[in-house]
Design a binder for this molecule. Structure first.
Ligand code: FAD
Length: 488
């Protein structure tokens, strides 16, 4: 039986990102993926939000995505645009980039890092014991792993087989999404009616049409047919425009659910396997990739024996509230995809509020993922928040903070006089960097914060400790996040 430290079920955006994170940390990980290639039958996510671009920047791969997409103000809430061009980040925009490109670029990165992907195979089940998991595959083979991570999407087999509950809300909207040809010239554009979003757009080839047509959910299930699509088009536009030759037709709903637990012993969940919601606001892929970045380094440390298994509890504790908030904002925004006199009045009021600086910043910061604050206790405003990508001056020359995170290792950044901090017992795990920063410290949504003397930065870019040369609280923070000191 082939053995790996970690088996990842599903090589979508979440599984790929996790594989990359584990490979950077030197963990033997493998992906099992049902699809024969990274090609997507559907168009999927339309872009990356600012924090996701930052996270990719932390690994030195953001340029690959930026080169292929279009940087623009893509943030919105309930169709109300939210401009982030004044936010304190290098990426004051989102990136319009279809999911098939995002996945291809991630897959290339993962392949450079040498992670094997077993394609055209499914995980069909697993059996756990005290030391690991036997992962059963559809070709009759098994893999042995210390940990199994379900990145296998909204219908996750791993979640169901692990017996993890998936509470939430049943659908209220059902949308058909398709790429088709039409023999008559359609009325292109987006409209909103009392059923939600209705959209027709010309695709890149200039020939086919992308369709989204929404209706109240009345129990629609199963693979939709061309007949279903024709009926739905007639219901909205009064004609099906001679629809024919679909490349694909699919259905999505606003079913809104979240895994009650992101971990059940040696089995973990990430991405859509842990949370599903209507795609309004475009956050699903983004938070899946960020789940992976939160989990990767923690799982790596547990696999290497550097940290106790209890470190994995912080994965659920930190990421469950992030997705819960996304579920909440998508439910609100889904209601506002509908249009009638009362909902339009509500949207008008919201629109007016969002012209004001503070409400816009709050909502935009949340939608862009720039305001995430893990609860690491009382302290400096930086604690638990994302470390800004400051320009630093070091003895070796100028450097950006994110450059220090490229290999996914923790950093203790000492901005005081050199030699003021000693972390010898953790020196095998934590980089100590002495540097200077000239300028202010500003966080998205929060605003200006006092300049600290030193910050401990986790591999996911979140701040684990803020302090000075007294070392107060530093040994505890190092032990909590990066394991006990090395004796010596
Ligand atoms: C119409 C639409 C528009 C969207 N727009 C956006 C957007 O603009 N922005 C955004 O952020 N999100 C958007 N989303 C959501 C986004 O597509 C998902 O959140 C994202 O794909 C989740 O990534 P994932 O890797 O967690 O899961 P998935 O992408 O579902 O990947 C799961 C992978 O696991 C594989 N798999 C499944 N079961 C098994 C098994 N048993 N064994 C092996 N492999 C398996 C699948 O083949 C798949 O490759 C949209 C979704 C839809 C439907």
């Amino acid at each position: 039986m082939t053995e790996h430290a970690v088996v990842i079920a599903g090589g979508g955006p979440t599984g790929l990102m996790l594989a990359g994170e584990l490979a950077l940390a030197g963990v033997d990980a493998a992906i099992v993926e049902r699809r024969a290639s990274q090609d997507l039958a559907r168009s999927g996510a339309g872009g990356l939000h600012s924090r996701t671009i930052e996270v990719l920047d932390q690994r030195g791969i953001a340029d690959r995505f930026l080169a292929e997409g279009q940087a623009m103000q893509i943030q919105s809430f309930a169709r109300i645009p939210l401009d982030i061009s004044d936010f304190p980040t290098r990426h004051t925009y989102g990136l319009a980039l279809w999911q098939n490109h995002t996945e291809r670029i991630l897959a290339d990165w993962v392949s450079e890092l040498g992670v094997p992907i077993a394609r055209e195979r499914e995980v069909t089940g697993f059996a756990r014991d005290e030391t690991g998991v036997d992962v059963e595959l559809s070709d009759g083979q098994s893999l042995r792993a210390e940990y199994l991570v379900g990145c296998d999407g909204g219908r996750s087999l791993i979640r169901r087989a692990a017996g993890i509950e998936f509470p939430g809300w049943d659908p209220s909207v059902s949308s058909l999404i398709a790429e088709v040809e039409m023999s008559e010239e359609p009325e292109l554009g987006i409209r909103h009616d009392d059923n939600g979003t209705q959209a027709l757009r010309r695709l890149e080839d200039g020939k086919r049409v992308g369709v989204v047509v929404s209706a109240r959910y009345t129990g629609q299930t199963g693979q939709p047919t061309l007949g279903d699509l024709s009926q739905a088009l007639v219901a909205v536009w009064g004609t099906d425009y001679g629809v024919h030759s679909p490349t694909w037709i699919s259905r999505f709903t606003d079913m809104t659910r979240q895994a009650a637990s992101y971990r059940e012993g040696r089995v973990l969940l990430a991405g859509d396997a842990a949370h599903v919601h209507y795609p309004v606001g475009g956050q699903g892929l983004n938070i899946g990739v960020q789940d992976a970045v939160n989990l990767g380094w923690k799982l790596a440390q547990v696999v290497h024996g550097t940290s106790p298994e209890s470190l994995l509890e912080t994965y659920h504790a930190e990421r469950h509230p992030v997705a819960a908030r996304v579920l909440q904002n998508t439910m609100a925004a889904t209601a506002l995809t509908r249009s009638d006199a009362r909902l339009d009045a509500l949207r008008d009021i919201l629109s007016e509020l969002l012209t004001m600086g503070e409400p816009r910043k709050r909502l935009a910061g949340m939608m862009a993922g720039l305001d995430i604050h893990y609860d690491l206790g009382e302290g400096h405003l930086l604690l638990g928040r994302r470390m800004p990508d400051l320009d630093l001056v070091t003895a070796d020359g100028p450097l950006r903070v994110f450059t220090l995170l490229h290999d996914a290792r923790p950093v203790l950044l000492d901005l005081g006089d050199p030699g003021g901090l000693d972390i010898t017992p953790w020196a095998d795990r934590v980089q100590l960097i002495n540097a200077k920063h000239v300028g202010s410290w500003e966080l998205p949504v929060v605003g200006a914060v006092p300049a600290p003397t030193a910050v401990l930065i986790r591999p996911d870019g979140h701040v684990a400790w803020v302090g000075d040369h007294t070392h107060a609280g530093l040994p505890d923070a190092l032990t909590t996040w990066f394991g006990p000191p090395t004796a010596g």
